[in-house]
Design a protein around this ligand. Structure first.
Ligand SMILES: N[C@@H](CCC(=O)N[C@@H](CS)C(=O)NCC(=O)O)C(=O)O
Length: 210
């Protein structure tokens, strides 16, 4: 059994944040595939045994089950000694971006991509609202990256991996990447990190094809 066990599935960008960290850190890890689209995470048994919050990702390490990607990334930076803060000010800055990511950047974008890109809902007032919110959050990151290579400091940190959770998926969202050239360049820098792999290379998809 691998040292780190990540409960996740290919479509989950929140799980990919953790998978990417484990992969780029060269950790000894494996995926525990979650049958998400058949409702496993909604079952009382799963919630009682793994995560009462009903969410993926979960990281098992040394008999403990950690949840919330931001907390897991912070934990991994500490135990692996990679991609973390070098001082207290950096640590606050990393957390500022992880919280922005969870609340504004990933949340709207992931819901939009779920409806529009995976469920193929077409455009509705809901997707239009989500796209507006997701674009606003993207412009914040776009502006931030106009003057720097990575989100905090001049090297990749867990803040980048959090914000990049949904960056490499092929499914459409109706957002035009060409509007965000600095984000595109940043994605290129992350993609060039040694060992980088995309989400479906690191975790099996849960949604049946076709
Ligand atoms: N803030 C959480 C979000 C996790 C999350 O929303 N995970 C999705 C899968 S990508 C999920 O399990 N959703 C189940 C639900 O909302 O019922 C994190 O970063 O870990």
């Amino acid at each position: 059994m691998a040292e780190f066990r990540l409960h996740g599935f290919g479509e989950s960008g929140n799980a990919y944040k953790v998978a990417l960290m484990l992969q780029l850190s060269g950790a000894d890890w494996e995926v525990v595939p979650v049958d998400f689209f058949n409702g496993v995470t909604r079952s009382a048994e799963w919630r009682a045994s793994l995560n009462a919050q009903g969410e993926v990702p979960i990281l098992e390490h040394h008999g403990e089950a950690l949840t919330q990607s931001g907390v897991i990334l912070d934990y991994l930076a500490e135990v692996l000694g990679k991609f973390g803060a070098e001082d207290a000010r950096e640590r606050r800055e990393i957390w500022r971006w992880i919280l922005f990511d969870n609340h504004k950047f990933t949340s709207y974008f992931a819901t939009l991509r779920f409806l529009f890109g995976l469920q193929k809902s077409g455009d509705t007032p809901v997707t239009e609202f989500l796209r507006g919110r997701a674009r606003s959050a993207r412009f914040v990151l776009e502006q931030h990256l106009a003057t720097r290579s990575f989100v905090v400091g001049d090297r990749p940190t867990i803040a980048d991996f959090s914000l990049a959770g949904y960056a490499f998926y092929p499914e459409p969202t109706g957002i035009d990447d060409a509007e965000f050239p600095h984000i595109e360049a940043w994605k290129g820098r992350i993609r060039s990190l040694p060992g980088w792999k995309g989400p479906y290379e690191l975790m099996p998809a849960s949604m049946p094809k076709g």
